[in-house]
Design a protein around this ligand. Structure first.
Ligand SMILES: C[S@@+](CC[C@H](N)C(=O)[O-])C[C@H]1O[C@@H](n2cnc3c(N)ncnc32)[C@H](O)[C@@H]1O
Length: 278
C-alpha cells in the first residue's frame, strides 16, 4: 500500500491484495474505531494520515503472520467478546462445540460444579459461567499471564460464579470433585511443522505443544480425571483432527462409559467425552 490519501474502499481493496478480506475489514474497523456498518455506509470516507499509517502497520503485521486477534486485542467467541494477548491462545470456533456440549449436559440449571482445565483467555469457563449462573466453575491454567487475562475477561463480562487457579492441571485441586470437567488442552505434536508456520508461530508454545505425539496432556487429564469426578460425572476433551480414536481408547482404559466423539462444523471429530461410574 502506498501513502497517498485513500478512502475506505481503496484501503480495503489495497489491503485485500495482500491479506484475507475479512482480516482487512476487521483491522480497518479497529483503526477507525467503527462498526462494520460504517465501512459499508461511508466507502468514500478519507482516512487521516494517522489512520492510514496505523492501517499500513497492521496490514504489514498481518502479512507477516501476526493473528488479527492479537493486533486488535480481542476475539469474539460464542456470544461474547474476549480480550486476548500473546499470552493466550486465540480462541477457535471449533471450541464452541465443546461449550455447546457442556451446556447440553448442564441444561437442567442445577448448581453443577464444572472444571475448565487450561483456561487460557477463559473463553470456555466464562461462557459457561454466563450461561449457567447457578453453576460453580473452577478454571485452571499453568500460565500466570493467561490467568491474568482470564480474570480480566471474567470481571469485564460480569461473571462471579468462577474461581481461577494458577497451577498444573489437578495439582491444586486435591479432594475436589466436579460434575463436569472440560478441557481444550495443548494437543499438537512437538515435531509438527505447523508450529513453525503461519499464525501458530505467534501463539504461546505452552498452549499448543504436547509431547512427542501431542497426547501427553490429554493422557494425563484422562488418567487423573476419575478421582476428581462425582459418580456419573462427565469429561469432555477437545483434541486434534486425528486423535479421536486414541482419546476414546484412553477413556475406555479408565472405565469411562457412554464414550463418544463429536464432529465440528467441518465434520471433523473434534471433541471426545465419557461418563465415569455411570
Ligand atoms: C489450547 S490452549 C486452550 C485455551 C482456552 N481454553 C481456549 O480454548 O481457547 C491450552 C491451555 O492450557 C494451558 N496449559 C498448558 N499446560 C498446562 C498445565 N500443565 N496445567 C494447566 N494448564 C496448562 C496453556 O497455558 C493454555 O492456556
Amino acid at each position: 500500500m502506498d501513502k497517498q490519501s485513500i478512502t475506505i474502499s481503496q484501503a480495503l481493496a489495497e489491503a485485500h491484495r495482500h491479506i484475507d478480506q475479512i482480516d482487512a475489514r476487521i483491522l480497518l474497523e479497529h483503526v477507525l474505531d467503527v462498526a462494520h456498518a460504517f465501512l459499508l455506509t461511508y466507502p468514500d470516507y478519507v482516512l487521516t494520515a494517522l489512520q492510514q499509517e496505523m492501517y499500513l502497520h497492521f496490514v504489514q503485521s498481518r502479512m507477516e503472520g501476526v493473528p488479527v486477534a492479537y493486533l486488535v486485542g480481542k476475539r469474539d467467541f460464542f456470544d461474547l467478546t474476549f480480550k486476548v494477548s500473546q499470552a493466550v491462545l486465540v480462541p477457535r470456533p471449533e471450541t464452541e462445540l465443546l461449550v455447546e456440549l457442556a451446556l447440553d449436559l448442564t441444561a437442567s440449571g442445577k448448581p453443577y460444579r464444572i472444571l475448565d482445565l487450561g483456561t487460557g483467555s477463559g473463553v470456555i469457563a466464562i461462557t459457561l459461567a454466563r450461561h449457567r449462573p447457578q453453576a460453580r466453575i473452577v478454571a485452571v491454567d499453568r500460565s500466570d499471564d493467561a490467568i491474568a487475562i482470564a480474570r480480566w475477561n471474567a470481571e469485564n463480562l460480569g461473571v462471579s460464579n468462577l474461581r481461577f487457579i494458577a497451577g498444573n492441571w489437578f495439582d491444586e485441586l486435591s479432594g475436589e470433585e466436579f460434575d463436569l470437567i472440560v478441557s481444550n488442552p495443548p494437543y499438537v505434536a512437538e515435531s509438527d511443522p505447523h508450529l513453525q508456520q503461519g499464525d501458530l508461530r505467534f501463539e504461546p508454545l505452552i498452549a499448543l505443544s504436547a509431547g512427542k505425539n501431542g497426547l501427553t496432556c490429554i493422557r494425563h487429564i484422562i488418567e487423573a480425571a476419575p478421582s476428581h469426578l462425582v459418580d456419573s460425572g462427565w469429561l469432555l476433551l477437545e483434541h486434534g483432527y486425528n486423535q479421536a480414536d486414541e482419546c476414546r481408547q484412553l477413556l475406555q482404559n479408565k472405565d469411562f462409559s457412554n464414550i463418544r466423539s463429536y464432529p465440528d462444523l467441518a465434520g471433523i471429530m473434534r471433541v471426545t467425552g465419557g461418563q465415569i461410574n455411570a
